[in-house]
Design a protein around this ligand. Structure first.
Ligand SMILES: Nc1ncnc2c1ncn2[C@@H]1O[C@H](COP(=O)(O)OP(=O)(O)OP(=O)(O)O)[C@@H](O)[C@H]1O
Ligand SMILES: Nc1ncnc2c1ncn2[C@@H]1O[C@H](COP(=O)(O)OP(=O)(O)OP(=O)(O)O)[C@@H](O)[C@H]1O
Ligand SMILES: [Mg+2]
Ligand SMILES: [Mg+2]
Lengths: 265, 265
């Protein structure tokens, strides 16, 4: 069974992309077959994975707007065996407006992904263990497509004051998608990111999130660490850029907790 | 003459809200009359200014979607004389979809603002010196409304690797708005934010941005500082929360540089 997980939070800069690529790499390094779908027009996940995403490269835009088969745009990630990526290119920026008037506008990614997973099966390929979808910082049609395509929602929360401000809106939108578009989608995981042990604020926010969502928050928190933010400039995840760093070890631990939880939640 | 400045960058978490509220407070503390328009459905700017923005409070949603007069929703900011705010409430989250099919969907904020400024003049009130518009992390209709309403664009850039990745897209969109909707809009200012002097990465990104945009980047950089991120939890800007901190002093300096540049750029 393939676990399809959408990484979402409309608050910007909370570690969606960083968590997507590092969790994906950590899972793949442990033998899992993992696909990252980059649904952010900025293409940060594609950059972090070292995957080519210049304008003419086949991308997720071709899949959801033009109807191209996903299998034709998947690229392997050089640094990590078992890790693949559907890149985002700049034309994705226009997708939200283009999707508004299209048929089945909310479920085009879901359909493309289920077709791809079935085609892999019929071709006798090993099934993917995880699909992680990186979302832009908004609740528009791209994020809705991701919520319709997934069963699980993974929410990174930065240990900063504004963290809780948009959360109720995100949860409301997930409820709307579950009521009208995808009965299976549910929040399975919350990850606390950029935890700075030197500040009282981080501890206060972490405490508050754990009180609100005791069963969803992973025990491991990701510390604020320069090595994590340096890795993308080398086209790598921190897992291969600096495997012994606190950042890499905490993502390894968080990935283990995610895999142990299973889809059962 | 009122300078209308849109604070925009679709990259999330780069310091748009933090720069908007702290620059606004710094300008007001020096005697300027300043209005902040919160155009982000999360309402972080309203929170940081300590302005009530619960669901039933009259807000920018009523102005741009319902056509309500802006003068009816402006609130004074208690902590700082001369500083006002048009708050954002949760119903702004639905505005982008609602705007798509409305008449003059791109210029509703521009029209509401120019009507408000003229009404203030006719009532014999002192003119506003600055209007700062805080945008959400996307290039949708809310940000387009802000770009149509403004003459200047102020771009905060975080000193992190992904900083330059989305910039060309933002500049392209500004060019489109200038070509079709607002001939006056131009990028007047770039501010480097969350500069961490301990990392090589921050210096590299700052250097690269200065090389690309030598005339636009303010000399002052905003350091990463815990006091800046703590201030919103007290419903204050750092200017009043901790006026002697490096964060407050650097925003004071940046505001001085912005006012000296004038609208001439
Ligand atoms: N644990 C960490 N320690 C230090 N820096 C981090 C950490 N996690 C993320 N970062 C940095 O913080 C910035 C924001 O992270 P990231 O881009 O992953 O967030 P995001 O939620 O994907 O942003 P967006 O909303 O724009 O999509 C990036 O520059 C990233 O390198
Ligand atoms: N100079 C700084 N030092 C430390 N923390 C900062 C600094 N500037 C901003 N922050 C913190 O970083 C986070 C992101 O900043 P902010 O919310 O202002 O960015 P934004 O661009 O408005 O985000 P969004 O894209 O969600 O609108 C906030 O928690 C804020 O308190
Ligand atoms: Mg991202
Ligand atoms: Mg903001």
């Amino acid at each position: 069974r393939t676990r399809v997980i959408t990484v979402a939070n409309q608050k910007g800069g909370v570690g969606k992309t960083t968590s997507t690529v590092n969790m994906a790499a950590a899972l793949a390094l442990h033998g899992a077959a993992v696909l990252v779908v980059d649904l952010d027009p900025q293409g940060n996940a594609s950059t972090a994975l070292g995957v080519d995403h210049r304008a003419e490269v086949p991308s997720v835009y071709d899949v959801i707007v033009e109807g191209r088969a996903m299998g034709e745009v998947v690229q392997p990630v050089k640094e990590v065996d078992g890790l693949f990526c559907v890149p985002a290119t700049i034309d994705l920026a226009g997708a939200e407006i283009e999707l508004v008037s299209m048929v089945a506008r909310e479920s085009r990614l879901a359909k493309a992904l289920s077709t791809y997973l079935r085609a892999r099966q019929e071709a006798g390929e090993a099934p993917l263990d995880y699909v992680l979808i990186d979302c832009p910082p908004s609740l528009g049609l791209l994020t809705v497509n991701a919520l319709v395509a997934a069963e699980e929602v993974f929410i990174p929360i930065q240990c900063e004051y504004y963290a809780l401000e948009g959360l109720s809106q995100l949860l409301k939108n997930i409820d709307l998608v579950r009521a009208h578009l995808n009965a299976d989608v549910h929040v399975s995981t919350i990850l606390l990111t950029m935890y700075d042990a030197r500040t009282r604020l981080a501890a206060q926010v972490a405490e508050e999130v754990r009180q609100h969502f005791p069963d969803l928050v992973l025990p491991t928190m990701i510390p604020r660490s320069v090595r994590i933010s340096e890795a993308p400039s080398y086209g790598q995840t921190v897992m291969t850029y600096d495997p012994g760093s606190t950042g890499a070890l905490s993502y390894l631990e968080a990935a283990r907790e995610l895999s142990l939880r299973g889809a059962a939640t």
